[in-house]
Design a protein around this ligand. Structure first.
Ligand code: GLA
Length: 754
């Protein structure tokens, strides 16, 4: 066996030698994919991904026709050293010792497989062998699923066709390379070419085997009101797994993974980032196998799949973005941010200006009527807000939504609160002039379309529209149940009532909420069928109402994922509006998602979630690091000095907004590591930058730290807040010093390139 593999190794060496475009210059969409026989090279500006087909001619050899990964990391060209053939002493066969590109199951690789199919006969063995490949300019859309997109200039796609001749199953692996972003986006199609039904029990969108080396893994965990806490730990032998079985991506874990060298920091070292473009249950596995190689898989959660395929039917996996950076965790994040702003978010608002919003939730909760709403809207306009949003509590006729145990599903204005409906209310509000602004106040509304309270007319009429498993009791959370979005009639119901609301008045913003996970589902596959349903609804609504700004929400950030961002350019990051907690949450979220996507608001103190009181300027500075800046408070109910500070904070938020929406984010100091968290945003053209600098605890009788900037042009001169001018080199190598009074100090510093 060893002799055969030795021959195989030398063949691979020969096949791997050919000049590629990186030798001549920077890769672009034309030379991003290079195919030479059965050797494949994918190149971004600073990344190469190389794999080949094992060309063992003896079909009995377990690796014959397998795809083997040669390299995923910094750019390479020309020949690369052939991986030494592992010895096969012991019980782990050759398959368990090599870097397999799409590991199937049941034939001796004992690590986590990327695919597990139950054949009609009941077997769960598959043998996927290379057949052919296709290179496609641009990037085909994924049927029914959110996906990155780009022109032929931006992206090239390689599709590798695999086939299991024993059970007639075709698997197509798709790799789309966005060279400018060092991003390779992968997805998988499984097609049943046989005569009987098969069931896909598990399917990873991406599986990658990294060589023997120490690695750390970084993920985001949390719960309600404490989303996106960064977790870093050493990858150990065995499987380290996280995911969601909630039916949505959830606040418990985010569908994001980074693998980094143990020495990697925010600004230096190798980092691989993986981000699953999906909003449903998912699973991430990181397995260091017995031989020390590390396998990572991201994809469907097998507990919510069991997807049946009849003859001729196909299952398409969600796609998974992978990026590589040598510039640390920060470099990895910036690649994802840029890619997502330009090639994921379909909304015209992705990089467009957004209005300053005042939301009624923390101002009034459920306690209001038409005159209260008019009053708060007038106050909003008077302090310079440009959009007033009516949050929960405006609907329900027979089951009025005056608290959270009734009304969801009955999307008709509550006549006791709004006797003339929404029309006159919206007219009244949109007649108000927003001070310091050329526009009138706009109107936005809250909805939670996928949910129903048992106390509702909708539930009385359609109890069968709710997720349920036979006669099992329907488990309530926050007094509500989940509509089964897998049903076309439920999808149509949502599209129709939403269209009716949006056509009924001049509504330019929607907060689209979703406040619980799935309960009893009829079968595991119901979960993905639901996701296909929700994507149809979101696609239809956003296409029908392109001028409406949609904000996703799920009790805060419980559905903060790329699948939602494909349709909605922003998501309410957390129900926790405490500014100190928000620094952790927003910076954690920024590991994978751009600041432009984050909704952030100033609320009143003591904070409603934590009881902490933080100065209004600090609260404002944290909130303006989000793409959608706003307030959730009753302006009349806050102290006068806070009221007086708001117009200036709003003006500052508007000044920094273009950099938040389109600029690059540099996390200079992390709140987990420093008492002085610091974040720098640099404009796309590099001509402007803004520093957000915070002090969390008092610094009594102690020297002051310097904050060193990053990402500037070291040769250029920059004015600092219009005063002193320093070179980029000075700002990055010496830094700046600021003093704060007491705890919770904050500074926003503006830099202009001279
Ligand atoms: C969720 C949202 C909040 C608010 C309430 C209304 O919790 O995250 O912002 O809209 O619902 O019920």
């Amino acid at each position: 066996m060893k002799g055969k593999l030795g021959l195989l190794a030398s063949l691979v060496l020969v096949c791997n030698y050919f000049p590629v475009a990186t030798a001549q210059g920077s890769p672009n969409s034309k030379n991003a994919v290079v195919v030479d026989g059965t050797n494949f090279e994918l190149h971004g500006d600073h990344v190469s991904y190389r794999f080949h087909v094992d060309d063992s001619t003896d079909d009995d050899h377990p690796l014959a026709g397998d795809l083997l990964l040669d390299h995923f990391g910094g750019s390479v060209f020309g020949p690369i050293p052939t991986e030494l053939v592992p010895s096969t002493n012991g019980w782990v066969g050759m398959q368990g010792r090599v870097r397999r590109e799409f590991p199937d199951q049941g034939r001796g690789d004992f690590r986590i497989p990327a695919i597990r199919i139950r054949q009609s006969e009941g077997y769960t063995v598959t043998r996927l062998q290379y057949q052919s490949n296709t290179v496609v300019p641009g990037k085909p859309a994924l049927p029914g699923l959110p996906a990155t997109f780009g022109s032929e200039e931006d992206v090239t796609t390689l599709v590798v066709h695999l086939y299991d001749k024993y059970s007639d199953i075709a698997v197509d692996l798709s790799y789309s390379v966005f060279p400018k972003y060092d991003a390779i986006v992968r997805s998988v199609n499984v097609t049943n070419k046989g005569d009987g039904d098969i069931t896909v029990e598990s399917l990873a969108s991406l599986s990658v085997d990294l060589p023997y080396q120490d690695l750390d893994m970084i993920s985001l965990r949390g719960d309600w009101a404490r989303e996106a806490r960064r977790e870093r730990k050493r990858v150990d032998y065995g499987v380290q797994s996280f995911g969601s079985v909630t039916g949505y991506s959830s606040a418990l874990h985010n569908p994001f993974l980074a693998l980094v060298d143990p020495s990697t920091t925010e600004s230096q070292g190798e980092a691989w980032g993986f981000s699953l473009v999906y909003s449903g249950s998912f699973e991430v596995n990181v397995e260091k196998g017995s031989q020390g190689l590390t396998r990572a898989t991201l994809g469907f959660n097998p507990k919510h799949l069991s997807w049946k395929l009849g003859p001729g039917e196909t299952l398409t996996s969600p796609e998974c973005v992978s990026v590589y950076s040598k510039d640390g965790v920060g470099g990895m994040s910036r690649s994802l941010h840029r890619l997502y702003r330009k090639h994921l978010m379909k909304s015209k608002f992705a990089t467009e200006d957004r209005p300053v919003m005042l939301n009624s939730w923390e101002a009034l909760y459920f306690d209001y009527d038409q005159s209260t709403i008019n009053r708060v809207a007038e106050e909003a306009a008077a302090i310079g807000a440009q959009l007033f949003t009516l949050d929960d509590g405006w609907f329900g006729v027979d089951y009025p939504r005056t608290d959270d145990d009734a009304g969801l599903g009955d999307w008709v204005p509550n006549p006791a609160r709004f006797p003339d409906g929404l029309g006159p209310l919206v007219e009244n509000i949109t007649d108000l002039k927003a001070v310091n602004s050329s526009t009138n106040l706009r109107f936005g509304i809250w909805v939670e379309p996928e949910m129903v309270n048992p106390n509702s007319s909708l539930y009385r009429e359609h109890p069968d529209w709710v997720l349920h498993a036979g006669s099992y009791p329907r488990t309530e959370t926050r007094n509500q149940l989940v509509l089964n979005l897998a049903l076309p009639e439920v999808q149509d119901f949502i599209i129709d009532f939403m269209s009716e609301i949006l056509n009924s008045a001049d509504i330019t913003y929607v907060k689209y909420d979703n406040n619980r996970g799935m309960h009893e589902i009829s079968s595991p596959s119901n979960a993905h069928a639901y996701m296909l349903g929700i994507y149809r609804v979101l696609d239809t609504l956003t296409a029908k109402f392109p001028n409406v700004l949609f904000e996703g929400c799920a009790s805060g950030g419980a559905r903060f994922d790329p699948g939602i961002l494909s349709n909605f350019p922003q998501i309410w990051t957390s129900d926790n509006t405490d500014a100190v907690d928000r620094i952790f949450i927003q910076l954690g979220t920024s590991l994978a998602y751009p600041a432009s996507a984050m909704g952030a608001q100033i609320s009143s103190v003591p904070n409603h979630q934590t009881g902490r009181s933080v100065p209004v300027t600090f609260r404002g500075h944290v909130a303006m690091m989000g793409g959608m800046f706003g307030l959730s408070l009753d302006p009349a109910a806050i102290p006068e000095h806070e009221q007086a500070a708001l117009p200036e904070l709003i003006a500052l938020a508007e000044k920094v907004r273009p950099l938040i929406l389109k600029g690059d984010m540099w996390r200079l100091n992390l709140p987990e590591e420093s008492n002085w968290p610091a974040i720098l945003f640099i404009s796309e053209d590099g001509s402007q930058a803004v520093l957000f600098y915070f002090q969390l605890n008092p610094n009594v009788n102690h020297a002051l730290p310097w904050v060193k900037l990053q990402g500037l042009d070291s040769q250029a001169m920059y004015s600092v807040d219009g005063n002193q001018t320093y070179s980029g080199a000075t700002l990055m190598n010496v830094g700046l010093q600021y003093e704060f009074d007491g705890s919770y100090g904050s500074k926003v510093v503006w830099f202009e390139k001279q």
